[in-house]
Design a protein around this ligand. Structure first.
Ligand SMILES: [Zn+2]
Length: 641
C-alpha cells in the first residue's frame, strides 16, 4: 500500500504554554485544589512511601500475590509516578510550596533507592530482589519505569529540578545496556506497554535519540518469533501457558505490531502501545507503523467503541471481546482506557491534523475519561457503565488506583492536547477558553486567545496577537457533527469552509496581523445518535448528544423507571437550563413519552404493551452523572419507533 504521507511532524505544545479558563479551568482548579494532594495522601496511606524508603523496613507483601504470580502492589511506582506528574502540571496553575516539597521528598527517596547500576523498582529491590527481569510478561517492571520517566519529564519541565530526570536517565541508560540482541542482553519487552511512549518523552526533553531507539526496539520486538514470553517462561521454570489470560493477545504480543489488524486484549495496554507506535511513526516518519495504526484505528472506532469513547467492555480481561459487543450496564470501559484513547488519538495527529482522530479524541475526553473524576476532584470512577440501577458510585480509592492519577494528569495537562505546532502551522484541535503562546520556525511569536464558553456554547472567538506581522497557517478543526452548519469568519468576513478544508480542518494560510480575529460558530442543537444494528444492546434505542457531549438521564431529575422514557421519533423543541450546582453545565429538557409503569398493574407479563403518556425528561451531560443525589442513570433511551 503506497500512500502520500504528510511529512510534517506535529508535536504537542508544552503544558505551560497554554493557560486555561472557562470549562477546563474549573476542572484544573479541582485538580490543583483537591486531587493533586489527595493522590499523594492516599498513595501514602496505602504504604507506598514505606515501600521506597530504604531507611524503613520493607513493608513486604501488603496486597496478596494472586494466581497470576503478581499483585497490584507491583505497580505502586506507577501510582507515585502519575501522582508526581499530576503535581508537576498543577504547579503551573497554582504554585504550592508544600505540595512541591512533598514531591521533592519522594524523589529524594527514589534517589536513595536507586541501585548503582541504575535499576529502580520498589518491588524488585525491596520485596522480591531475586526476581529482577525474570517475568517481563506479568510483572510490570518497565511499565513502572515508564510512569516514573513521564513524572521525571513533567517535574523537570514544571520546576526546572533535574533530580528525578537524572535518576530516570540513569535507569534508561541501564536499560539500553540490558535490552537488545547482543551477548547477555535480553531480547524482550514489557507485558504492559507504557515504557515505549515514556522513552519518546525522555528523548524529546533530553534531545537524546538513544531513548527513541530503545523505544523503537521494544515496539519492533513485540510479538516476533521465537516468542520472547515463551522463552522467558521456560528459562524461569514456568509453563508458558500458565498466564493470567492464557493468550498473548492480552498484551498485544500475539503478532508483530505491523501485522496486527484487530484491536485485542487489555484495553489500557493496547492504547499505550498504539500511542508509543504513533510517536515512533512521527519521529521516524515510519509509514509501515502509520499504516498498521490506521487499520487498528478503524477497527476500534467502527466496531469496538462505546458512544462515550469508552473501550474494553469486559471486566474479565479489562478489555476487548467480540465486535459489536457493547453491553451498557456491565460496561467496564475503564477510565484509564479512555485516557489512553485520548493519548493515542492525540499522537495520530502527529503527522498532520485530521478530524478522524481529533473528533474521537474529543469524544473520549469528555465522555470516556472525564467521568472518572468527580466535579470536586475528590472521588473517582474506575469503570464507566452507560446504565446504572443506582448502585454504581464514585470511589474514594481503589485497590488498583491506576485511574485517579491518570484522569488527573490528563486534566492538568489538557492544554497540550488542544493545540499542536509544526514548522509554521498551528493546529487547534480542541475548543475552549484558553490562551496559547507559541514560537514558530520563522521565529514569529504568536499568542492565540480562544474566548469561548465551549462546550456549553458553540461560539468560539480566536484573537491573534503578534509582535509583528508574520506568515503562517492556522488550522481549525470542524467537527464532523458540525459539517455543513458551522460558520467561519475572519475579521468579520465570511470564509467558505468547504473550499479551505483539508481532512476536516480549515487551513487559513496568510500573513497574520496583530489583532486579527477568527470567529467560528459550531451548532450545538441536541442530535440523536443510533447504533449500528449489529450492536444488540442498543437495538431500538437512541442516545442524545449536544456538541461533543453525550447526555444521559438521571433518577434525581426524572424519578425512577428510566427505561420507561421514550424519545419521540422527531426530536421536539428543547429548553436549556444552566445548572450552577454542576459548574454551569447545560441541562436539556424535552417533551417525551413515558410508559405508564404505575398503571401497568401487578402482573409481570401481559398481552398488551404499556400505555404511553406525554411527559418530559431532563438530560444532563453524562460526564457529570453521580455528582448529585445518587440514583439510576441511562444513556441509551427507548426510541419511539
Ligand atoms: Zn485505571
Amino acid at each position: 500500500m503506497s500512500k502520500t504521507r504528510k511529512d510534517r511532524q506535529f508535536r504537542p505544545v508544552a503544558v505551560p504554554d497554554v493557560d486555561l479558563n472557562g470549562f477546563w479551568g474549573k476542572w484544573q482548579d479541582a485538580v490543583c485544589n483537591a486531587t493533586a494532594e489527595i493522590l499523594l495522601d492516599r498513595c501514602i496511606e496505602a504504604g507506598m512511601l514505606q515501600a521506597i524508603d530504604v531507611d524503613q523496613p520493607s513493608p513486604g507483601i501488603v496486597i496478596p500475590i494472586l494466581e497470576w504470580g503478581g499483585t497490584t502492589q507491583m505497580f505502586w511506582d506507577s501510582d507515585l509516578g502519575k501522582s508526581i506528574e499530576t503535581i508537576a502540571y498543577s504547579l503551573y496553575r497554582k504554585p504550592n510550596a508544600k505540595l512541591e516539597a512533598r514531591a521533592d521528598a519522594i524523589i529524594d527517596l527514589y534517589e536513595k533507592l536507586q541501585d548503582k547500576d541504575g535499576y529502580l523498582n520498589a518491588w524488585f529491590q525491596r520485596v522480591q530482589p531475586n526476581r529482577r527481569w525474570t517475568n517481563l510478561r506479568d510483572h510490570h517492571e518497565l511499565y513502572c519505569a515508564g510512569h516514573l520517566i513521564e513524572a521525571a519529564v513533567a517535574y523537570f519541565q514544571a520546576t526546572g529540578k533535574r533530580k528525578l530526570l537524572d535518576i530516570m536517565c540513569r535507569y534508561a541508560d541501564y536499560m539500553i545496556e540490558v535490552f537488545g540482541h547482543g551477548p547477555g542482553q535480553i531480547p524482550g519487552y514489557c507485558g504492559h506497554e507504557e515504557i515505549e511512549l515514556a522513552l519518546v518523552k525522555l528523548a524529546r526533553v533530553t534531545g537524546e535519540n538513544k531513548y527513541l531507539d530503545l523505544s523503537k526496539f521494544f515496539i519492533d520486538e513485540r510479538g516476533t518469533e521465537p516468542h520472547f514470553f515463551t522463552e522467558e517462561a521456560r528459562r524461569d521454570g514456568r509453563d508458558p501457558r500458565d498466564f493470567i489470560q492464557k493468550t498473548y493477545e492480552y498484551g498485544q504480543a500475539h503478532l508483530p505490531v505491523r501485522k496486527q489488524e484487530k484491536v485485542v486484549g487489555h484495553a489500557v495496554r493496547a492504547m499505550y502501545l498504539y500511542s508509543g507506535m504513533a510517536d515512533i511513526a512521527t519521529e521516524y516518519k515510519d509509514d509501515s507503523l502509520t499504516d498498521a495504526l490506521e487499520v487498528l484505528w478503524d477497527d476500534l472506532v467502527t466496531k469496538q467503541m462505546y458512544i462515550t469513547g469508552g473501550i474494553g467492555p469486559a471486566a474479565s480481561n479489562e478489555g476487548f471481546t467480540d465486535y459489536f459487543d457493547l453491553p451498557n450496564d456491565t460496561a467496564y470501559a475503564e477510565t484509564c482506557a479512555s485516557v489512553g484513547l485520548v493519548f493515542w488519538a492525540n499522537r495520530m495527529l502527529g503527522r498532520g491534523p485530521d478530524r478522524r482522530y481529533a473528533d474521537i479524541m474529543e469524544q473520549a475526553l469528555y465522555n470516556g475519561a472525564l467521568p472518572g473524576l468527580a466535579i470536586d476532584g475528590r472521588t473517582f470512577f474506575y469503570d464507566n457503565p452507560l446504565e446504572s440501577t443506582g448502585k454504581h458510585h464514585r470511589w474514594k480509592w481503589h485497590h488498583c488506583p491506576c485511574c485517579p492519577p491518570n484522569i488527573a494528569r490528563l486534566v492538568a495537562s489538557i492544554g497540550s492536547y488542544m493545540y499542536a505546532v509544526a514548522d509554521d502551522e498551528i493546529a487547534v484541535h480542541l475548543y475552549g477558553e484558553s490562551k496559547l503562546r507559541a514560537e514558530l520556525c520563522s521565529e514569529a511569536k504568536v499568542t492565540l486567545e480562544q474566548v469561548s464558553n465551549y462546550p456549553w456554547n458553540g461560539a468560539v472567538s480566536i484573537n491573534v496577537a503578534l509582535e509583528k506581522p508574520a506568515r503562517f497557517t492556522v488550522s481549525l478543526r470542524i467537527p464532523e457533527w458540525a459539517e455543513g452548519a458551522a460558520q467561519l469568519r475572519l475579521n468579520g468576513e465570511v470564509l467558505e469552509i468547504q473550499s479551505i478544508a483539508v481532512d476536516g480542518y480549515v487551513r487559513i494560510e496568510r500573513e497574520w496581523q496583530d489583532g486579527d480575529r477568527i470567529n467560528l460558530d459550531l451548532p450545538l442543537a441536541l442530535r440523536p445518535q443510533f447504533a449500528n444494528p449489529k450492536v444488540r444492546q442498543d437495538a431500538g434505542r437512541v442516545a442524545l448528544m449536544r456538541g461533543p457531549l453525550v447526555y444521559c438521564v438521571e433518577e434525581t431529575d426524572n424519578g425512577g423507571d428510566l427505561n420507561a422514557i421514550v424519545i419521540p421519533d422527531v426530536l421536539p423543541a428543547t429548553t436549556e437550563t444552566v445548572l450552577e450546582e454542576l459548574g454551569g453545565a447545560v441541562a436539556v429538557d424535552l417533551p417525551v413519552l413515558r410508559e405508564d409503569t404505575a398503571g401497568w398493574g401487578s402482573s409481570l407479563y401481559r398481552s398488551t404493551r404499556a400505555e404511553r403518556k406525554a411527559g418530559s425528561a431532563r438530560l444532563v451531560p453524562y460526564h457529570l452523572w453521580d455528582n448529585r443525589e445518587a440514583g439510576a442513570m441511562l444513556v441509551w433511551l427507548q426510541a419511539e419507533k
